[in-house]
Design a protein around this ligand. Structure first.
Ligand code: NAG
Ligand code: NAG
Ligand code: NAG
Length: 624
């Protein structure tokens, strides 16, 4: 299986591969002392950490005596690179080799260094230091690297080491001000991404970035400060393989547009072609949103789709995507038309344009790694992190034309004002799941007056906990008639939920209907009984002098004899009758009249007697 898969990945070609060009993004490094090394050099920005786009950083270089490759933690050798008060920040110089670049940077950061300079171990053009491939690294520290990193040439590294060993202080100014062009007061940027959410760290960090950056992206776009375009990489299947099983499962439009299998296993889960179709849907959504003057809806769609339609819940489907599109108020028909027929043997104009855009133009190289951010036609290097990317975009404006968001971080988006941000809401109770945050709007079930709502935040939220019936009756049915109120909210049900009270039937949410106990023969069915249905209960009366015993659903004679065949009182009376016969005749009448009143007292505890002229029930939760 593995071998076949490897072969297949090898077979997929990047459009325009032979023209391939990868551009190493650089910033400038100025050595200010000593005289022997003084000058301006180039260094390559690492694809992790936070480069200070638009800014500069001054520091003094330290080359450690031990652990010179920085592959071990400096804690172990008890060395710290924290700068002393009043001293310059420390740039750690480390040798290339033996471990990942990211591990070197992480060790440097942990020891307090302000930046890391990695010196190449051979004479060659500068390369881009990248993050390790996920599978074989336990790289949970990757997202925590915040110091900038730079690769310097072996020649420069050697000169710095020589100066340091002769006791000289080496001071450096790292300068990112000219790293990005800033020709005008609008920044064009592209994000090359992928709808696949099962590729480990890289996918997770992509989607985290979209969620975190959304708010800022939307402010920039709405203010006309930026023009953003999302892009998707697809591959093509060489014609010779177009009809192979592999190409059929990984490609659409007869091998023209492919993506690798998300699980790298053809036999299970989603296939590459599912990913291509979702990518196409996102690209089409952007076009339709852009046409309707709201290109920023792409950010909402992509973050909502990742929350509502993840692969691991098997919701990575057209149906789920359509729900999200509808909640954003976009034209589903236009989007479907743009997607076209993935089975057809024809080109899709949108994906064709995406493939063409992969080839680098001008100062931008080909896009070959995902995710990639391109700002003013230059590839961004560094961690995909809201602050770092915002800094880079802001560095793309001509000085003094930056929007306010570049100068402050406190931003509110007011997205809930329109269409409630596509989130759940309950107008009756004035409760909404839409929350404006500096990250853009989020759909999150709220806590209102101490009542916690639970649910997905998009289509449903439900009150939970002890006070749940306090707000809008917990979303359950409730009705008041003639001074009686019935409710379907179950107060102490920690799971929530609505259930019609006894005497009613229905879903408990919208309706509970009175049960006709008489018609449905649920009570009051003895031959002498007369049944009358009431709202939420029933009334039962017995013919003649008999009393209705609600508990036993039977009639009982006032004189103390029951009319039904089964009755506990019968036994008692029989006993009394026997003792009556053996007793004095004088006592007979007294006992009888005494028992009569006693029985009446007992009866009165169960129910009001007929001649008291009261309705037989006045308790809401009737006991049937
Ligand atoms: C990275 O940062 C997160 C949050 O600040 C923290 O929970 C996590 O332990 C850190 N990881 C490492 C390896 O330090
Ligand atoms: C989005 O709209 C703008 C202006 O309406 C246009 O210049 C741009 O090319 C559009 N982008 C795409 C990808 O259609
Ligand atoms: C709904 O709640 C919001 C904030 O809690 C309040 O400002 C608004 O006036 C309320 N609207 C109604 C109709 O009660």
């Amino acid at each position: 299986m593995r071998e076949k898969l490897g072969f297949f990945i090898w077979v997929l070609f990047l459009w325009g591969f032979c023209l391939g060009k990868f551009v190493v993004e650089k910033n400038s490094l100025r050595v200010t002392s000593p005289e022997s090394v003084k000058g301006v050099y180039e260094c390559a920005i690492g694809n992790f950490g936070v480069p200070q786009y638009g800014g500069t950083m001054v520091g003094t270089v330290v080359y450690p005596k031990m652990n010179q490759k920085a592959c071990k933690s400096f804690d172990d050798v008890d060395v710290s690179f924290k700068s002393k008060p009043g001293g310059l920040p420390i740039f750690l110089l480390a040798d290339r080799g033996d471990c990942y670049f990211t591990l070197k940077a992480w060790n440097a950061q942990k020891a307090g260094a302000a930046a890391i300079l990695v010196t190449d171990n051979r004479i060659e053009p500068l390369i881009t230091m990248d993050t390790p491939e996920e599978e074989n690294s336990r790289a949970d520290y990757l997202q925590n690297i915040t110091i900038p990193s730079a690769l310097i040439s072996k020649t420069l590294g050697d000169s710095i080491k020589k100066a340091l060993s002769s006791g000289e202080m080496v001071n450096i100014n790292l300068d990112w001000r000219e790293t990005l062009p800033h020709p005008d007061d609008r920044v064009e940027y592209e994000f090359w991404t992928n709808s696949n959410d099962e590729c480990g760290n890289k996918c997770d960090s992509q989607i985290e970035f979209v969620k975190n950056f959304k708010g800022a992206a939307q402010i920039l776009e709405k203010g006309g400060y930026t023009q953003f375009t999302p892009h998707y990489i697809t591959w093509y299947c060489p014609e010779a393989f177009a009809l192979s099983k592999q190409c059929k499962s990984q490609c659409i439009n007869h091998g023209r547009y492919c993506a690798p299998d998300p699980e790298q296993d053809f036999s299970r889960g989603y296939d590459g072609k599912d990913v291509v179709v979702q990518n196409l849907r996102q690209a089409c959504l952007f076009r339709v949103a852009n046409e309707s003057g709201k290109p920023w809806l792409w950010w909402d769609y992509v973050s909502d789709f990742s929350i509502r339609c993840p692969m691991k819940e098997k919701k990575y489907t057209k149906e789920c995507a359509d729900e999200v599109i509808k909640s954003l108020g976009l034209d589903l028909n236009k989007i479907n038309k743009c997607i076209g027929n993935p089975e057809a043997d024809e080109e899709n104009p949108v994906l064709k344009a995406e493939q063409d855009a992969q080839i680098g133009t001008g100062s931008r190289g080909d896009v070959t790694i995902l995710p990639t951010l391109v700002i003013n036609n230059r590839q961004y290097r560094g961690k995909l992190d809201k602050g770092a990317v915002l800094k880079a975009i802001c560095a793309g404006f001509q000085e003094t034309t930056e929007p306010a968001v570049c100068l402050t971080e406190g931003i509110e988006t007011n997205q809930c004002l329109e269409n409630n941000g596509g989130c759940w809401q309950d107008n009756d109770a004035n409760v909404t799941a839409c929350k404006d945050t500096f990250r853009g709007r989020v759909c999150e079930c709220p806590v209102v007056r101490g009542v916690k709502f639970v649910g997905d935040g998009y289509t449903h939220c439900e009150a939970s906990g002890a006070l749940r019936c306090e707000i809008n009756n917990g979303g359950c049915w409730e009705e008041k008639r003639d001074g009686k109120t019935y409710s379907a909210c179950i107060e102490d049900d920690s799971k929530g939920g609505c259930k019609c009270p006894p005497g009613f039937k229905g879903d408990g949410v919208k309706t509970c209907e009175d049960v006709d106990e008489c018609k449905e023969k649920l009570a009051c069915q003895c031959p002498e009984c007369k049944c009358k249905n009431t709202w939420g209960s029933y009334e039962c009366s017995c013919s003649g002098n008999a009393l209705y015993m609600r508990e036993h659903d039977t009639c009982i004679n006032k004189e103390g004899t029951t009319s039904s065949s089964w009755n506990v009182f019968w036994v008692i009376f029989l006993g009394l009758a026997v003792s009556g016969v053996t007793g004095y005749a004088v006592y007979k009448y007294r006992i009888r009249s005494y028992m009569d009143s006693e029985i009446r007292a007992i009866m009165a505890q169960y129910m009001p007697l007929d001649n008291q002229g009261e309705a037989p029930n006045h308790v809401a939760h009737a006991d049937i």
